[in-house]
Design a protein around this ligand. Sequence first.
Ligand SMILES: [Mg+2]
Length: 330
Amino acid sequence: MDNLSKELAKLMWNVGIFTETVASLGMENIQTKEDFSPVTLADLGAQIMVSHWLNMHFEGEPLIAEESLKSLPKTNRDAFIDKLKGVLESFLGKLSQKEILDYLELNCFSTKKESYWVLDPLDGTKGFIRGNQYAISLGHINKGTIDVGVLACPRLRLTHLSDRKDVQQGCLFFAEKGKGAWVQLCNLSSDPIPIHVSQCKDPSQAKLFRSYESKHTDVEKTNRFCEKMGMKLSIPVDSQVKYGLLACGEGEIILRFTPPDNPNYREKVWDHVGGAIILHEAGGKVTDVFGKAFQYNGEPLLSNSIGVFASNGYLHDIGVNILQEIMGEL
Ligand SMILES: [Mg+2]
């Protein structure tokens, strides 16, 4: 683990402690964004924490992130910002309203630069609100390739990686290009454990993770895929936690189609960058449903890709062949 990874790990554990603190205080303050998706005090606070850190260590390096000033509520905005200042104080010290707005404004949405950060401060907000899984995802792109990724999963408990029965929830995945992927369990002081994808080559034994929210995918096509693969296990999981699970061998496939009522939906870059490098470095593969690699070009949308198909690598070609059949069927 080099120094940058150590510092990133510290940051991301802290952000996870922050989001769980917000949840334990019942201070989510759920708001609805323009696209009708929910956003909470935790999403915005987490983004401010990461922006604050990036501004200190990588000033001037662009950030493409999910939240922005637009995510703030239209009504009672000042009261919302006051609450945000209150919950952030024990993590970042006292911030003025202007600083809060400035950190949110560091999101540049899109960039022409070759080197930039990509952040989803809280991936799986609906899961977070429900008390289920969510992730905090940060990655760095250089010349179209992800070179570092960190995924904090504050509610994930990976019992199979520990010989302790009482292993606590919370883990942090990270990867560096060409160096491998690791997970830390429970806390920052635990030793990083190298992780690898499952060796499963038999589709009938494979486990698939699909979107928790059925509106986020095409359930009928997903069922058809499972049937053609002879797969019995299709498990709904929120957020990029799915990438972490695949990277440590807890499952074999992630599949997401465009939703039938929104066929023009394109994946957002922050929903993948942190998790995709972790799976890749653990031996897996990430493409769209046609087997095409994602193109990272400084834009918020992966506009040349349709859906997501990720696997442990061994099952990729067979999966893409079946997906081609399904996508070709009327
Ligand atoms: Mg989010």
